[in-house]
Design a protein around this ligand. Sequence first.
Ligand code: FHN
Length: 466
Amino acid sequence: MAREEGRKWMVIGATVVSLLVALFILSSCSKETQIGGTKDKVLTQDERMDWWREARFGMFIHWGPYAVPAGTYKGERVGGTGEWIMNNGKIPVEEYEKFAGQFDPIGFRADEWVRLARNAGMKYIVITSKHHDGFCLWDSRVTEWDIMDATPFKRDILKELAEACKKHGVKLCFYHSIMDWHHPDAQAPFYPNYNDGSKSNPNFDRYVDTYLKLQLAELLTNYGPIGVLWFDGEWIRDWTEPKGKDLYAYVRSLQPSILVNNRVGKGRKGMEGLSASDEYAGDFGTPEQQVPPEGLPGVDWETCMTMNDTWGYKSYDDNWKSVEELIRTLADVASKGGNFLLNVGPMPEGLIPPASEERLKAMGEWMAVNGESIHGATASIIGRPDWGRCTVRGNKLYLHVFNWPADGTLEVPMAKAEVEKAYLLADKKRTNLPVTAGGETVTVSLASQAPDPVDSVVVLVLKTNE
Ligand code: FHN
């Protein structure tokens, strides 16, 4: 009974503190709302989306205290992904907090992570500022459940990442969970099934108004221009579309140019990730671990995917996708007009798993030769040929040949009259490749050997009316 009484006064105390801090943050952020002291020009939707559509390829980072158990609790392997161990392992809040006490990533070098992403051809990084466990990777004023107070590390991860992203010209973005298994006004009381969709917390609105929104104000006021607020954990009973629309407007009021995904509201259709209709809040759809089978012209969407089977680090998940599969998925996504957000789950000591690093370096070597066929690319205008995929930029078609024709003849479903010339993207001399007309197809004559066994890109330059 005393414990409940104590918890009640703790919540009341936390609320009073939060309200006082709220007044301080809101008063300070009114002066700093315009990041960097410059007033955000009001951009059109297309102008806001421009950098993101150009980027096409980003790094997802899932990192927090869950990297410490790394999929094992009390000697047992826990099912599901690494970042869900608190729920799937039925770990009480006080028990889980001990992992933060062991979270001391002395190997963390923001500059190395950002260079790894940039050299892989990734133009933005989406990192978990707060995942479902409620742990904050930044120095938050409204909680001690953060990197500064709950760990021996005591460095602001997001601040160091923001500096490195600015230095290397990579956009910094935040993943932020609406669901929170640690806050007493959110899901914590639902233990042992924090994710219990049948339960509601009578204090949830207090969590939104005096915690969730205040932390977003911290993130969007103190870390410079943020490219995307990537919400998640919106499926809970206490979250509604009206709340999502309100949160979308709130975030945009702090940084008017920021992009917000469709998980801010209730519009996404499960893991397919696209919104049921335009009436739902959010700037782009979020297919997860899958690529829409058809191109979706006119729809902005981003496939997020793991390199193995987990988002957060698990020491024994070695089911890594091959470099071939990752490069071809990138081409497939871009050929359908989408973005590819590829995940890394850093280890507890702050290092990127070697298998992830190896794949990213190999993707970077391919992107160094073929990046123009991905960055800024739009959906195929010739469907999905048997030999591979097609991406488009201006008057150029980029033919991603996965299956190199043994007879050296590449059939392309389009009229000859439209083709000015063809060349291999890997050929710096841009030697013309012979193109002959068929009825509804053109044939490009290729050498017997593919320059790249995974994805060789043939460029078709189309005649323009000029
Ligand atoms: O529950 C999360 C999961 O941990 C991970 O963050 C993925 C990434 O998109 N999203 C949710 C599952 O759909």
